[in-house]
Structures are given as C-alpha cells and as structure tokens.
Design a protein around this ligand. Structure first.
Ligand code: UDP
Length: 245
C-alpha cells in the first residue's frame, strides 16, 4: 500500500520502501564515537542518519547551592538543547518548553541505570546538544548520554539504549526520520537497559492497535539489543585506542 503525505512525500511505496529507501525494519547508518572532548569527564557523539547529537558529562562534583544536595545520593542534572541551526526553521536560542520537557524525560530514562548512591551530596551534569535534527533526537540523546556517563567512569547497572518505532498505516517501522515522525500514524520512543531488562522510557504519539503495539515492542527490543552491541563496541574502541597510545 502506497502512503503519500499532503505535500506529496511518498512515506511508503508499493514495494514497501520508505521515504529514504529503507525497508520497514532498517536502521539509518549509525556512528558512535566516545571521548570526543578533552575537558569533559566523559563525552560521545552519536549520529543516526541526519541526526547528530553531542553529549558531555561533568562530575560528580560538589552541589551548589548546597541545600539542593541530597545526603544519600548524587543528583543527575540533564540539559537537552538544540542549536539554532539544527532544524530547518531557525530555533530561537532560549530553552523552549519542548527542550525543558525532553531534559526531564531523558533524565528519567537515564537515572535508573546510574548508581547515584555512590556519590552523596554531589551533582552529575549531563549536557546534550543537538547539532542536527532529522527525527529521533531524544533517543539519539539517550544513547549518547549513556555512553558519555560510562566514559566518565560513573558506575551504572548497564548502558541505556533507545530507539523510536512507529507505524505508517498498518506497517510497523523502525528508527523514524523527520518526515515519518511528522506525518506517520504513530511514533513510539523507547529506552531500555538491556542488562537488566528495564524499560526506562516509553512514550507514544498517535494511535496503535494492540496487535501492532505488540509487534512494535518486539521489534524494538530486537533492535535495542543490536544498538547495545554498537554502544559496547564504541566504548571498546576508545579504551583499546587509549591502551595502544
Ligand atoms: N523538529 C524541528 N523543530 C523543532 C523541534 C523538532 O524541526 O523545534 C524536528 C526534528 O527533526 C526532530 C523532529 O522534529 O527530530 C521530531 O521531534 P520530536 O519532538 O518528536 O522529538 P524527537 O523525535 O527528535 O525525539
């Protein structure tokens, strides 16, 4: 079944190919590089097709003002921001409502993985900067931030891995790009800790039948396990390189 938007973008053609030529379960090319910044404690750049995200971790460090510190654990502070040039229509530089909401959502997706009790009275800052957006910036941000936290040596139960799945008509799709996100029938970003099996973020925009929902979840978990392997490889590349140097 061919699905076309009102601007004549072919979302799904008769051969089952998507707007960028991908099959329903095909990921865009993914690149992950760990340790890209000299003065952050941990950092990573994740690119998923046209989406490019930089994450940097600074801390644990003493919390100021002190009354905000927690006596029994560290506070994870997350700031997700988009650069003005990251989107088609220039983004105003002040933090938007969406950026404030995504900072909270991403913090909540990362927090269950981080062993915050190891660092009482401190703060761990996670800065996320979207350099270019083409759909799925929140999931790329979670993948990058969890690599940056691991690179900073913060103890974690496991890496957090994220992907967006969704649907075009009755066709489940994996890793939505910008047009699929905007014109598709549903978008379901999911974050998951593969080593514990915990789902730490689950959102849905649009509608989904129970059958398609089950299919989406199944294919999401399969894909998340693949992305988790890529994250581990990216960390290994950095540490094997350091060992050689
Ligand atoms: N987007 C945009 N301008 C904005 C915010 C978002 O063009 O101010 C685009 C961008 O490509 C983004 C997509 O819309 O990736 C989907 O945004 P959404 O809020 O669903 O979050 P995301 O899919 O990036 O996690």
């Amino acid at each position: 079944m061919t699905i076309v938007t009102k601007d004549n973008i072919i979302l799904l053609n008769e051969k089952g190919r998507r707007s960028d030529g991908r099959k329903w379960n095909e990921l865009r090319p993914i690149s992950m590089v760990v340790g890209v910044l000299e003065r952050a404690d941990g950092s990573a750049i994740v690119e998923t097709g046209g989406t490019k995200v930089l994450a940097a971790v600074y801390g644990p460090k003493e919390m100021y003002p002190k009354h905000l510190a927690m006596p029994d654990r560290a506070i994870l502070r997350v700031a997700y921001r988009m650069t003005s040039f990251s989107v088609e229509e220039r983004k105003k530089p002040h933090p938007s409502r969406r950026e404030i909401e995504l900072s909270k959502v991403i913090k909540e997706a990362l927090e269950p993985a981080v062993i915050l009790e190891e660092f009482p009275r401190t703060v761990i800052d996670v800065y996320i900067l979207v350099l270019q957006a083409d759909g799925g910036t929140r999931v790329a941000s979670i993948n990058a931030a969890s690599l940056a936290l691991a690179d900073a040596g913060i103890p974690m139960k496991g890496l957090v891995t994220a992907i967006a799945v969704g649907r075009l008509g009755n066709q489940v799709i994996v890793d939505l790009n910008d047009v699929e996100d905007k014109y598709g029938n549903a978008d379901m970003p999911i974050a998951y800790i593969p080593s514990t099996g915990e789902i730490t973020l689950f959102q849905m925009d649009g509608t989904m039948s129970p059958d398609l929902f089950d299919k989406c979840l199944e294919v999401a978990i399969e894909t998340l396990n693949k992305i988790h392997e890529m994250q581990k490889e990216a960390l290994k590349r950095k540490y094997l390189k350091n060992k050689k140097d």
